[in-house]
Write a protein that binds this ligand. Structure first.
Ligand SMILES: [Zn+2]
Ligand SMILES: [Zn+2]
Length: 387
């Protein structure tokens, strides 16, 4: 590692303590009150300008150095998940049914570590905006902060984010230019048919049969309407009716999930779905409503920030992949990157034990040994962009 942000090991000890504090006290999206208070107190203590309640429970720390008007934003996420933790270490979650199973505890600690370090540095010229966003897991926090005027208020030029990846070697970094993470859209189809007596189906309209037609027809979208080079997924995940053993249902509700790796494919899928649903409604002469909401749009990394992030990562690691494969998971950082040139960096959480378990599992844990590499990446990026 070519830059050393922690010669005496004290910063690492602080970051570990903050991370364990967050881990033991997880809070769900838009309920991160104690988490936000803890962060705001530290940032204030270090002399940063602090804004609270940005986009709900979001916290923003502003560090102005020198005379340059350049401004870069670094983002961490604050929310935990509704999962009952099964880890037994002493800092395990104290809240029943809630845990930091996506490593946002580590993301906050790394960003705090970078803020702590940079607050004392003199070789930075410009403004760093430290974004602690609420509610990443439901894809709502970034938009809430943007709607609150975050990007304009601080004249942010570029925005960067980071996420740990279990099963990827500790100290390794990866990103790519262009599409990096898939979008996730949720849909709801409500069928209002007529139902009827199970022995006299010709007198009613069976909502299950109508729904089954839709489920089948949706399978043709990916297999026959979307370019095979553009991967996508359309899944019906719920099919609920109000029928009984001897009653044909009059109503059915279908819910599901769509993944796409580019906005055009996502829009094509929505249009095809709408056409299929209209066709089935007219065939059976029933009312069908359709709602399609893209909670997570695709993360699209801009070329220049990606180059910057790769250069900054290479200053702290010799395992940096600048052309990593596209990921099928989704990330709320997408909304920041859609509004400002940005780059989302992925970093290794290690391979062993709870550090190698998939994100969102009850025995996952962020790796404390990733705190220094992550915070060093942030410091390297700021020094490089605001020198
Ligand atoms: Zn997550
Ligand atoms: Zn996450």
């Amino acid at each position: 590692m070519r830059i050393n942000i922690d010669p005496d090991g004290r910063l690492n000890e602080s970051m570990k303590a903050w991370r364990h504090q967050f881990h033991a006290n997880p809070e769900l999206g838009f309920e991160e009150h104690q988490t936000a208070k803890f962060i705001a107190e530290l940032l204030t203590q270090w002399g940063l300008e602090v804004h609270q309640n940005v986009g709900g429970t979001g916290v923003v720390g502003v560090l102005k150095k020198g005379k340059s008007s350049r401004c870069i934003a670094l983002r961490a996420d604050m929310d935990a998940l509704p999962i009952e933790e099964i880890n037994q270490f002493d800092y395990r979650s104290k809240t029943t049914g809630c845990m930091h199973a996506c490593g946002h505890d580590g993301h906050m600690a790394m960003l705090l570590g970078a803020a702590r370090y940079l607050a004392d540095q003199v070789d930075v010229n410009g403004t760093v905006v430290f974004i602690f966003q609420p509610n990443e897991e439901n894809g709502k926090g970034a938009t809430a902060m943007i709607d609150d005027g975050l990007l304009e208020q601080h004249n942010i030029d570029e925005v960067y984010g980071i996420h740990n990846i279990p099963g990827m070697p500790l100290g390794a970094f990866e990103t790519r230019t262009g599409i990096q993470c898939a979008s996730e859209s949720l849909f709801e189809i409500r069928i209002a048919a007529r139902g009827g007596h199970a022995a006299m189906p010709h007198k009613g309209v069976d909502a299950i049969l109508v729904g089954a037609n839709i489920v089948n027809a949706l399978q043709y979208i990916v297999s026959r309407r979307i370019d095979p080079a553009q991967s996508a997924v359309v899944s019906v995940t719920e099919f609920i009716s109000d029928g009984r053993r001897n009653i044909l249902p009059g109503n059915a509700l279908l819910r599901g999930d769509v993944r796409a790796i580019n906005p055009q494919t996502r829009q094509q899928i929505e249009a095809h779905m709408r056409r299929i649903i209209e066709g089935v409604a007219s065939t059976h002469d029933v009312e069908i409503s359709f709602e399609f909401e893209s909670a997570f749009i695709e993360v699209i990394n801009a070329a220049v920030p990606t180059k910057n992030a790769v250069t900054a990562a290479r200053a702290v690691s010799n395992q940096v992949d600048s052309d990593a494969p596209i990921k099928t998971f989704s990330e709320d950082f997408a909304h920041f990157a859609a509004n400002r040139p940005g780059c989302f960096m992925l970093m290794g959480n290690g391979l062993d034990g709870s550090h190698g378990q998939p994100l969102h599992t009850a025995d996952y844990d962020f790796n404390d040994d990733a705190l220094i590499p992550g915070a060093s990446f942030w410091v390297s990026l700021v020094r490089q962009q605001l020198n």
